[in-house]
Design a protein around this ligand. Structure first.
Ligand code: NAD
Length: 500
């Protein structure tokens, strides 16, 4: 994009209301008409404004969600919920171009990703949510009769909506994460207050606008409060009107959310950070594995919690692996996220760019070197671009091998056989994802089973999908999003017995 093209970047919001909140079925301004700037990370320009919700707006959204849950049939009308979810899916499909464009404008999401996991796939995932609303088969389970403490009894297990859900989401895959919470929560019969990250408010505003204007969702069932103020997340997590806090974000914030939720013993569901390992065994096709690892860590500038950020290769092939990764990284389509070929766009903000640069400096301090990349991209005079980077010369004890960087930075680590590779993968506070490459499927499975993470890809296999549970072990979280398990996160279980 050249400077002339950039000069008029103020976003035309078209049919979608992007500067309003959704509270009790109405698209409303934030109290006092407050707004905040939305900045394009590829150009550093303000592309428009979002509604800047405050504590009073959040309070009104919480009251509306509570009333919609307690005072309506929403949680009991399974077919109607399926119908509303399909309406929401169809509205997102028919506004795809506008929604995709605003998502690239506010978050730097490469257009190519929006055609898949960043927008199209999660929108289609609403079909899965609608199916769960209508077809879930465990609402009532008959356990039959027994004679506990001498009383002949017929026992049932009932499952029902958990109540009001507070959904708090990050900026990296805003539609995917907003919809992975809103879809199953609504399908289960819950009502929702969604608080998106300040960096990508419009993804949620667009959802709010489409829900209000193109669906039969009753007032208060879905509420959306955008805000520049992180403390609204804490307000949400602390409020006694919330039954489940569904949070995706960093592990540090996840801990704060747990502390807030402890106030009223509110259930928490946490999807947190990762430092996932890509294990290459000594019989693997190193070229294929190295290329895939280089592409994965560069996707959306490394801003994906489940991307593999440690490449663990046989010690005797370390140099060869470094050359192969560096060659792929150097040739990767990086830069303007509106270019359909781009894989690696900008990082979200100046703060995030500074954070990634801090880790690059740390890699050198720790004794590492860069086999490619290592800093800001010289191809851009504006925007927060970091070149895909391979760090070599460090082992798994380095901080850059242990801490989540959330940039296009891969750390190459040597292993001394399968057991050592598994040891290195598991030597992490996180346990979100991982990958293994081997010429022998059985051997790859053997290794995959020993890595303590919530997802694993074998020889390039992709687990991502609305019907596949996703989540972490250890500091990567509690619970599972998506799949049947992700739906059940939003249910309560009640056991009932009748004397016979
Ligand atoms: P973040 O933790 O800074 O913020 C996430 C959300 O929490 C935002 O909406 C923010 O406003 C809100 N928040 C901030 N402080 C809060 C508090 N005290 N109480 C309640 N809410 C609060 O994360 P981010 O920088 O927006 O996103 C990047 C992080 O998200 C990375 O660590 C990444 O690994 C993680 N992430 C995890 C997954 C997953 O599914 N495991 C997916 C995507 C991103």
């Amino acid at each position: 994009m050249n400077h002339e093209e950039r000069s008029d970047t103020r976003w035309s919001s078209g049919a979608l209301g992007l500067d309003t909140l959704l509270i009790d079925g109405e698209l409303v301004e934030a109290a006092g008409g407050a707004t905040f700037d939305n900045v394009n990370p590829a150009t550093e320009e303000v592309v428009g404004v979002a509604a800047d919700g405050g504590a009073a707006d959040m309070d009104a959204a919480l009251a509306a969600a509570r009333q919609a849950f307690d005072g309506t049939d929403w949680s009991r009308d399974h077919d109607f919920r399926g119908h509303c979810l399909e309406q929401l899916r169809d509205a997102l499909v028919s506004h795809h171009d506008e929604v995709a464009a605003l998502t690239t404008a506010e978050g730097g999401a490469p257009a190519a990703l929006l055609a898949g996991p960043a927008l199209v796939d999660p929108v289609q995932g609403l079909s899965f949510a609608a199916e769960m609303a209508r077809g879930y088969d465990r609402w009532v389970e008959d356990l039959g009769t027994a004679v506990p403490v001498g009383v002949p009894s017929h026992r049932w297990v009932l499952r029902e909506a958990a109540g009001v859900v507070g959904a708090i989401t990050p900026w990296n895959f805003p539609h995917q994460i907003n919809l992975a919470k809103v879809g199953p929560a609504l399908a289960a019969g819950c009502t929702v207050v969604l608080k998106p990250a300040p960096d990508t408010p419009w993804a949620a505003s667009a959802l709010a606008s489409l829900a209000a204007e193109h669906t039969d969702l009753p007032p208060g069932v879905l509420n959306v409060v955008t805000s520049s103020d992180h403390s609204l997340g804490a307000q949400l997590a602390t409020d006694p009107r919330i039954d489940v806090v569904s949070f995706t974000g960093s592990t540090a914030t996840g801990k704060a959310v747990m502390r807030s939720a402890a106030e009223h013993i509110t259930r928490v569901f946490l999807e947190l950070g990762g430092k996932s390992a890509f294990l290459v065994l000594d019989d693997a096709d190193l070229q294929a594995a190295a290329s895939l690892a280089a592409v994965m860590v560069s996707t959306h500038a490394g801003q994906g919690c489940a991307l593999t950020t440690r490449l663990v290769v046989p010690r005797e092939r370390y140099e060869e692996a470094a050359e192969l990764v560096a060659a792929t990284m150097a040739a990767l389509p990086a830069g303007d996220p509106t270019d359909p070929a781009t894989i690696c766009g900008p990082v979200i903000s100046e703060r995030q760019r500074d954070r990634v640069e801090g880790y690059l400096a740390l890699a050198l301090d720790e004794g590492g070197e860069f086999a490619c990349g290592g800093g800001r991209s010289p191809a851009h005079d504006r925007g927060w671009f970091i070149d895909p980077t391979l760090v070599v010369g460090l082992d798994n004890s380095a901080r850059v091998a242990r801490e989540e960087i959330f940039g296009p930075v891969l750390v190459l680590i040597a292993h001394d056989g399968d057991d050592d590779a598994v040891r290195i993968a598991n030597d992490s506070p996180y346990g979100l994802s991982g990958a293994v490459y081997s010429g022998d499927s059985e051997r790859a499975w053997g290794v995959a089973r020993r890595v303590r993470t919530g997802t694993m890809g074998i020889n390039g296999g992709v687990w991502f999908g609305a019907d596949v549970p996703f989540g972490g072990y250890k500091a990567s979280g509690i619970g599972r999003e998506m799949g049947r398990e992700g739906f059940e996160e939003y249910l309560e279980v009640r056991s009932v017995a009748e004397a016979i």
